[in-house]
Design a binder for this molecule. Structure first.
Ligand code: 5GP
Ligand code: MG
Ligand code: MG
Length: 186
């Protein structure tokens, strides 16, 4: 690996590509069974959920539409505050529709609980959450996450959509960053 190789910035692989893909297929089979052919609207939360959305959607047999939201949570450093601003709203009217929020990772759960109450106020027929990754703090919140890929340790991870400073999203696996990347400002 040369210095430009993304692998040089990584401390390790937490979830390899084959395990990610196997889990996505497993989640898709459960979603298919649960929705049983009903029209489903997948709502991906940009930008982190792009990879899981793309792979989950392709693994589903149910008829789905896809829409996207972009939100920013204000907070100091790596912690979100729960104060959320919509950067891009849905194009779809979700009234009376079956909606499944697709998220990359839940940490404090503040962003997601804001999103859930925002979307709930638009009166969907149903509203559920699918999150690829969940950290320990999120388990303690009241958010009911119907579909979870992996419960992971409380470490900062990148790859498969997840960034550090807008990089590493294109890794096909989930990994942890080498300390030198943080440059002492983690
Ligand atoms: P929450 O409001 O649940 O604390 O924050 C969720 C958002 O914070 C995620 O959608 C993601 O953008 C970011 N985030 C939380 N933990 C991680 C992590 O380990 N790695 C990366 N790259 N982003 C994270
Ligand atoms: Mg996210
Ligand atoms: Mg990010």
């Amino acid at each position: 690996m040369d210095d430009k190789d993304l692998g040089a910035d990584l401390a390790g692989v937490l979830i390899p590509e084959d395990r990610l893909q196997a889990k996505i297929r497993e989640l898709a089979a459960t979603v298919d069974a649960d929705y049983d052919g009903r029209d489903l609207l997948l709502v991906g939360v940009l930008k982190g959920a792009v990879m899981v959305m793309a792979d989950l959607a392709r693994a589903l047999h149910s008829p789905v539409s896809m829409d996207w939201m972009a939100v920013s949570s204000y907070g100091s450093g790596t912690k979100s505050s729960g104060v959320v601003r919509i950067l891009k709203d849905l194009e779809a009217d979700i009234t009376d529709r079956h909606v499944l929020i697709v998220e990359d990772i839940i940490d404090s759960g503040l962003t997601l609980s804001w999103l859930v109450s925002n979307l709930q106020s638009r009166n969907p027929a149903s509203l559920e959450i699918c999150a690829l990754l969940r950290k320990p703090e999120a388990v303690q919140t009241e958010i009911d996450v119907r579909y979870v890929g992996f419960d992971i340790p409380n470490e900062f991870v990148v790859g498969y959509g997840l960034d550090y400073d807008e990089k590493y999203r294109n890794l096909p696996f989930v990994g942890t960053l080498a300390p030198h990347v943080y440059g002492g400002r983690a």
